[in-house]
Design a protein around this ligand. Structure first.
Ligand code: G3H
Ligand code: ZN
Length: 281
């Protein structure tokens, strides 16, 4: 069934476990995430990024309708979340399309501008019952930007600043920079667990780990134990998806039916989803 991100994250935080959120690009992603959640017997977040909306020609309605239909039909509780929104217009569109939650990303701006824009988004969203996640201390490696060194000392969220940011903006969850980086295809990141514990102490709202595809299993498990709640996974699904497509195409020189390679690709994504879900609970 369709549920809300706020509810899933609040319950996970109260129980000291994590909830995994997966990026949806195609219908097959949504189907795979639902399948993985059903197999793991747990809930998950289906998240659609601003970049994925752009990929669909800016038509949020189409991919949102597909993901919503998949969530409603699933036996697993699934919520719909709009991820990495920088355009306030898209925030308004999210409300129109029935999203219960949005990650508003002003992390590239100065602290003052980030606070100002995010607080405005929170005001607008809360009046309409939308749960808002925001980011402080940019997690690098977002689409279209040069890869940032995940271990660079600059790419870290300061606990005192984080506490002020949450108070000044009124957000419901905070994405933090603790050593992970977006779009990693190998799981080689190491997290700053002392910092995660300090942030957990300093910040009254659930914490979100972005770029989890590059984080090894034991590091993710430890991050959840240290107080990280929402675990965002995108690239790992695409690595599995593309690996299957590549293998099919390499061994079937004349095949043209996309279902022949999308079937194993979807199955591989379901497997990745299931293992991340089992890891964080
Ligand atoms: O918001 C999405 C996540 O941070 C995904 O990051 O693709 O590196 O797993 P990832
Ligand atoms: Zn992210």
């Amino acid at each position: 069934p369709l549920t809300t991100t706020g509810e899933l994250v609040a319950r996970a935080a109260a129980e000291g476990r994590g909830v995994a959120a997966f990026n949806v690009i195609t219908l097959e992603h949504a189907e795979a995430i639902a399948l993985g959640a059903e197999r793991a017997g747990t809930a998950a977040v289906l998240q659609i990024s601003e970049n994925a909306v752009k990929f669909h020609g800016g038509r949020l309605a189409a991919i949102a309708a597909a993901a919503t239909a998949v969530a409603r039909a699933s036996s697993a509780p699934l919520s719909l979340h709009l991820d990495h929104v920088t355009d306030p217009e898209l925030l308004r569109a999210a409300h129109a399309e029935g999203f219960s939650s949005v990650m508003f990303d002003a992390s590239k701006l100065s602290y003052a501008d980030n606070v100002k824009e995010t607080a405005e988004a929170v005001r607008w969203g809360h009046e309409r019952g939308i749960w808002i996640e925001a980011e402080l201390g940019e997690v690098g490696g977002k689409a279209g930007e040069a890869p940032l060194d995940a271990h660079a000392p600059g790419a870290r969220t300061d606990p005192a600043e984080a506490a002020a940011y949450v108070a000044d903006t009124g957000i419901d969850a905070l994405a933090v920079a603790v050593g992970s980086s977006h779009a990693m295809t190998e799981r080689t990141a190491t997290l700053d667990h002392d910092l995660i514990r300090s942030l957990r102490q300093a910040v009254p709202v659930p914490l979100v780990l972005h770029g989890s595809s590059g984080v090894p299993d034991p590091e993710i498990r430890q991050a959840v134990a240290s107080g990280m709640t929402k675990i965002n996974v995108g690239t790992a699904l695409n690595t599995a998806f593309t690996g299957e497509v590549r293998e099919y195409l390499a061994t079937h020189a004349t095949g043209v039916d996309p279902r022949k390679y999308l079937t194993p690709a979807r199955e591989a994504m379901a497997g990745v989803t299931e293992s991340f879900l089992r890891l964080v609970v």
